[in-house]
Design a protein around this ligand. Structure first.
Ligand code: GAP
Length: 434
């Protein structure tokens, strides 16, 4: 069964070292999280899977890594200084602040029970800062609220410095910051988060075709990394909910315990961003078309997903409770490529540590994410690994010393088989390639 609650996920994350509230010992820092040893490994696996999927396909996609700080001019051109805000309202009694679209102003404040509200005001979501000291006339800068703009302003650099031709994409993984009025649902809406975005540049007449293609490809990505297909749906945006830059937009939504919500957005941004940056910077960002002998500003298809929101989705989707021989077990059915630990080495007795540790060290040397666990009964050790989603457990027993075989146990089927120690690396590689 999988009727998991947000509280169960938060508790598992803290208990097993996936994610913690940031600055917890100082009372916590709202909307910001730190990732522990297992969380860090799982995030790396998510990002690797995304990069491999985006750059390994038929269409050409290259990587870049842009800066987090940007001058005001970039965000003026992109429209963020003017328009990147949410409507907010404050309770006049307790001063608690809400997103106006999250709360029914006909009803009382959920915090203090009074019904006196301020007028609705627009709240700028970008974090503003100053470069240099105030004494030497500091420059206004912003922490980026999306990674995309670094791609747009480097479009010509990438085009002229690498062997790419339109149509092609630029993909990027990196931090983004938004001063969300009400960060909530754990990693779902945060103030500091990470995005995986791709901007695909094409001729205007190719935009519809590439939009349809990328919507389908992106949906397939989530299925390829193990998310239950029935919990994913596509939803086209209505005209009145579209971002200021978008010509059309489709969300990939996931069925969270709090309803179907956006996991990723795919948008046809037209030539809005390149045209804006050309206008504001005075630089020509158009491209010459050899066939028609004229210039055009490319259209852009964007896909954008949050690492943290996907991390949370994968945990929700993988969390299962079942029963083995009358005993309850919690198991994370994570895809082997996403699971933080791929294999656990379990010596049946402490006396067997020499041979078991040798196998452990060899796998580590080969770059396998592996854990060594010799503490407690074998059943307890299996449960510990199930709870963190380890797909394979290798038991080294008294026979292993003589026959050089180990018993491998599959997390999902619970099937056990005896294989040669020499065959373990290939066995793991096959499971990772699933
Ligand atoms: N460049 C387009 C863009 O940023 P968005 O819909 O605002 O579009 C894209 O964000 C994705 O980034 C979302 O689908 C979500 O996965 C993630 N995301 C956005 N805001 C977030 C937040 N406050 N916390 C966590 N993830 C967020």
């Amino acid at each position: 069964m999988s009727n998991v609650t947000l509280e169960q996920i938060v508790s598992l994350c803290k208990r097993r070292g996936f994610a913690y509230q940031s600055s917890e010992i100082y009372g916590g820092f709202n909307g910001v999280y730190d990732f522990g040893p297992l969380g860090a490994l799982m995030r790396r696996n998510i990002k690797d899977a995304w990069v491999q999927y985006m750059t390994g396909g038929k269409d050409e996609v290259v990587l870049m890594d842009g800066s987090i700080l940007g001058p005001e001019s970039v965000w003026q051109a992109s429209g963020h200084v003017e328009g990147f805000s949410d409507p907010m309202v404050d309770c006049l009694e307790c001063k608690k602040r809400y997103r106006a679209d999250d709360i029914n102003l006909e009803k009382a404040c959920p915090h203090c029970g009074n019904k006196k509200w301020t007028d609705i005001r627009e709240f700028q979501l970008m974090f503003k800062t100053e470069l240099g000291s105030l004494a030497e006339s500091a420059t206004t800068a912003y922490l980026r609220p999306e990674t995309a703009q670094a791609i747009f302003i480097n479009f010509k650099n990438v085009l002229t410095s690498s062997r790419v031709k339109i149509p092609f994409g630029i993909a990027q993984v990196g931090k983004a910051f938004r001063n969300e009025i009400t960060p909530k649902q754990f990693l779902f809406r945060m103030r500091e988060f990470e995005q995986m975005e791709m901007e695909f540049f094409c001729k205007p007449e190719q935009a519809d075709e590439f939009f349809t293609k990328w919507v389908e490809l992106r949906k397939q990505f989530f299925i390829a990394i193990g998310i239950t297909p029935e919990k994913i749906r596509l939803r086209e945006h209505e005209a009145d909910e579209m971002a200021h830059y978008a010509k059309c937009c489709t969300d990939v939504e996931y069925e969270f315990p709090f309803g179907f919500k956006e996991l990723e957005g795919i948008a046809n941004r037209g030539n809005f961003d390149l045209s804006q940056h050309a206008k504001h910077s005075g630089k020509d960002l158009s491209v010459y078309n050899d066939e028609t002998k004229d210039s055009y500003v490319p259209y852009v298809i964007e896909s954008s997903v949050g690492v943290d929101r996907l991390f949370l989705t994968l945990l929700f989707d993988a969390y299962h409770e079942d029963e083995i021989e009358g005993e309850k077990r919690l198991v994370l059915r994570l895809h082997p490529r996403i699971a933080p630990i791929t294999a656990a080495i379990l010596p049946l007795s402490k006396k067997l540590s020499e041979g078991a540790e040798k196998l452990y060290r060899e796998l580590k040397k080969k770059g396998v994410s592996v854990q060594y666990d010799a503490a407690g009964s074998i059943g307890k050790r299996y449960r510990r690994q199930d709870e963190i989603g380890t797909p394979l457990c290798f038991t080294y027993d008294f026979d292993s010393v003589d026959d050089n075989n180990v018993t491998v146990r599959d997390r999902d089927t619970l099937k056990q088989e005896r294989i040669a120690i020499d065959a373990v690396p290939d066995y793991i590689a096959k499971v990772l390639a699933r």
